[in-house]
Design a protein around this ligand. Structure first.
Ligand SMILES: [Ca+2]
Length: 526
C-alpha cells in the first residue's frame, strides 16, 4: 500500500509462463530443466517480457507434474540442483527480468513428510496438517458429498487410522488444513525462503479454494456452466471460503517487506468479477488475479468487448487487471479461441497485448502454437485419464516447445520425450525468428507496444458490431475484424480524422487492414 500503481514493476508488464518440463532439455533425458532454460535464455530476452512464471519446480512424484509437492523448499532433481536454480536467478536479475514461482498451498503430495507423519496415527503431531474426518453412518460413508477433480468422492478412507482424508484433486494430493496455525506458519516460512533467494513473486495455485468449511457441510447442486463446478455439485463449502482473505493479508505483509515488493498472483477460479475483486481486499491482499471468466469467453467481438468492460468496471482503482488466453490446465488460445486459424491468432495477440494491465503469455503462444492431438495411449496426466467425465485434456497444451527442425525439434537430443513433441503449425522458434512477418515477430512488436499502455488506461469504444471492435487505448487505435464481411468499411469511416499511421497490420502481405476475413491493426494519430 501507499505506492502508486505506476510505480509497481508489473503495471504494464507482459509475463511469460514456462512449463519447465517442456521448455528445453539440456541433458537428453526428454524432460526440460534449468540448464536448458539457462542455455536458451536469449529467447526470453529477445521476446522482451518483463517476467517469467515457472510451473512448480519442487520435488514431486509427478502424479500432477509438480502440483503434488513433496518438499516446498526443495528442487526437483529432474530440473537441476539448488545451485543451478541460484545460477538461473542470477541470470534473471542480470537481465532485469522478474522471476515468479508457483506455490501450491491447497494440497501437498501424499509423499510429503507431513502427510507420511500424519498418516501414522490420530495422535501424530502432523495429523492436523490435513483434513481428517470420521465417516457418516457408523463410518462406512464419506463425511459429505464433496467431489474431487476426477468426479469421485473427495474423501478416501485410511484403514490404518479409521478416518477419511480430504483430497479435492487426486487421492495423491491430500488437502492441507488451513485452519491449523502451524500450516499457516509453515507457508509464511516457505514464502520467505524463496523471497530471500531473490524470487520476485508467486502464482498461487487454487487461490480461491484453500480454506474448507469448518463444519464440512454438503455442497449444493450445480445448475451447470458455473466455473469450478465440473460435476454435479457447486464447490461452495469444499472451496471458496471467506477465511482465505485474512490469510492473504498476512502474505501481502510479507511481500511488502521486500524491495522491490514481491507480487502475489492468484489462480482464482470464481464465476464473476464481483467475486474476483474480493481477492484484492482493500489493496492489502493479492496484487494480481487471473480472470477465468474472461479466458472462457467466446471469441467474437461483442462477447470479448463485454467481458473486457465487465472486468474493468469492477477493477478496484488501486489495482490492475490480468489478461491471459492459455495455460497448462485449460488449452491454448490459438485452438480454443481461434480454431488454429492464423489470422485469428494474430488478432488475438493484438487484442491481448493492447489490454490495460498484466498480460500473461503461455510458452508457445509467441509462435502461435496450437493444442496437440495426443492419443489416449500417449497421455500421462492422471487427472485427464481418471476424470469420470473427460473434463480434462491437459496434455494437449503441455507438449515440448518446437525450437527448430533438428532431431527432437530442438527441445531434446532424445527423440523420446516425456510427452510427444509436435510441429508448431506456423514454424519453429528458429524459423520464425528469421522472418519479419512471423507470429513471433508480431508478438515481439506487441510486447513493446504493451509497455507503453498504462496499467489503468481506459478502453474507449469507437465501434462495435458482431464482427468488429474498434477501440482507443492510450493513444493507440485498435481495429479488430473478427470475420470481415461485404459491408466492412475502412477505419477512416469511423473516425473524424484520416490522419492515421498504421503501426501494426496483421493482414497477410497487405499494408492495410483486410476487410475480408480476420485481421487486426493498430494505428496512431500522426
Ligand atoms: Ca533434462
Amino acid at each position: 500500500m501507499g505506492q502508486n500503481i505506476d510505480e509497481k514493476w508489473w503495471s504494464s508488464a507482459t509475463l511469460y509462463q514456462i512449463y519447465v518440463r517442456s521448455w528445453k532439455d539440456s541433458n537428453g533425458d526428454g524432460v526440460g530443466d534449468f540448464k536448458g532454460l539457462i542455455g536458451n535464455f536469449d529467447h526470453i530476452v529477445d521476446l522482451g517480457v518483463d517476467g517469467v512464471w515457472l510451473s512448480p519446480i519442487n520435488p514431486s512424484p509427478n502424479k500432477d507434474y509438480g502440483y503434488d509437492v513433496a518438499d516446498y523448499v526443495g528442487i526437483n532433481p529432474e530440473y537441476g540442483t539448488l545451485e543451478d536454480f541460484i545460477e538461473m536467478v542470477g541470470l534473471f536479475q542480470k537481465n532485469s527480468i522478474k522471476l515468479i514461482m508457483d506455490l501450491v498451498p491447497n494440497h501437498s503430495s501424499s509423499q510429503h513428510q507431513w502427510f507420511i507423519e500424519a498418516s501414522k496415527s490420530t495422535e501424530n503431531s502432523y495429523r492436523d496438517y490435513y483434513v481428517w474426518s470420521k465417516g457418516r453412518d457408523g463410518g462406512k460413508t464419506p463425511p459429505n458429498n464433496w467431489l474431487d477433480a476426477t468426479g469421485v468422492s473427495a474423501w478416501t478412507f485410511d484403514d490404518a487410522t479409521g478416518e477419511y482424508f480430504l483430497h479435492n484433486f487426486l487421492v495423491d494430493q491430500p488437502d492441507l488444513n488451513w485452519w491449523n496455525p502451524k500450516v499457516q506458519q509453515e507457508f509464511r516460512d516457505i514464502l520467505k525462503f524463496w523471497f530471500d533467494l531473490g524470487v520476485d513473486g508467486f502464482r498461487i495455485d487454487v487461490a480461491h479454494g484453500i480454506f474448507k468449511d469448518a463444519q464440512l457441510r454438503d455442497d449444493p447442486p450445480a445448475k451447470g456452466g458455473e466455473l469450478g463446478a465440473n460435476y454435479h455439485v457447486l464447490p461452495v463449502y469444499s472451496a471458496n471460503r471467506p477465511e482465505v482473505h485474512d490469510l492473504y493479508k498476512s502474505w501481502r505483509e510479507i511481500a511488502e517487506k521486500y524491495t522491490p515488493e514481491r507480487v502475489l498472483l492468484g489462480e482464482t477460479w470464481v464465476n464473476d468479477p464481483v467475486a474476483l475483486v474480493k481477492f484484492f481486499g482493500d489493496d492489502d491482499e493479492l496484487q494480481l488475479t487471473f480472470n477465468f471468466g474472461f479466458v472462457m469467453t467466446k471469441f467474437n467481438a461483442r462477447a470479448m468487448h463485454d467481458a473486457v468492460h465487465l472486468a474493468l468496471s469492477e477493477q478496484p482503482a488501486s489495482s490492475i487487471a490480468t489478461w491471459t488466453g492459455s495455460n497448462h490446465d485449460i488449452s491454448r488460445f490459438p485452438t480454443r479461441w481461434c480454431d488454429n486459424d492464423e489470422a485469428l491468432i494474430r488478432l488475438a495477440l493484438v487484442f491481448l497485448l493492447t489490454m490495460p494491465g498484466v498480460v500473461v503469455l503461455y510458452y508457445g503462444d509467441e509462435i502461435g502454437g496450437v493444442d496437440a492431438d495426443i492419443p489416449r495411449e500417449s497421455m500421462v496426466d492422471t487427472m485427464s485419464l481418471d476424470s469420470v467425465k473427460n473434463v480434462f485434456l491437459r496434455d494437449r497444451a503441455r507438449t515440448p516447445l518446437h525450437w527448430d527442425d533438428s532431431k527432437g525439434r530442438g527441445f531434446s537430443s532424445s527423440a523420446s520425450t516425456w510427452l510427444p513433441s509436435v510441429d508448431a503449425p506456423f514454424g519453429s522458434v528458429a524459423a520464425q525468428r528469421g522472418d519479419d512477418g512471423s507470429i513471433l515477430s508480431l508478438t515481439k512488436e506487441l510486447i513493446k507496444i504493451h509497455k507503453e499502455i498504462h496499467g489503468k488506461a481506459q478502453v474507449i469504444d469507437i465501434f462495435l458490431s458482431d464482427e468488429r471492435w474498434i477501440y482507443e487505448i492510450n493513444g493507440f487505435i485498435v481495429d479488430l475484424i473478427f470475420t470481415g464481411s461485404d459491408g466492412a468499411l475502412p477505419i477512416q469511416e469511423y473516425l473524424p480524422t484520416d490522419d492515421l499511421e498504421a503501426i501494426i497490420v496483421t493482414a497477410p502481405n497487405e499494408a492495410k487492414v483486410s476487410l475480408e476475413g480476420a485481421s487486426a491493426a493498430i494505428f496512431r494519430r500522426k
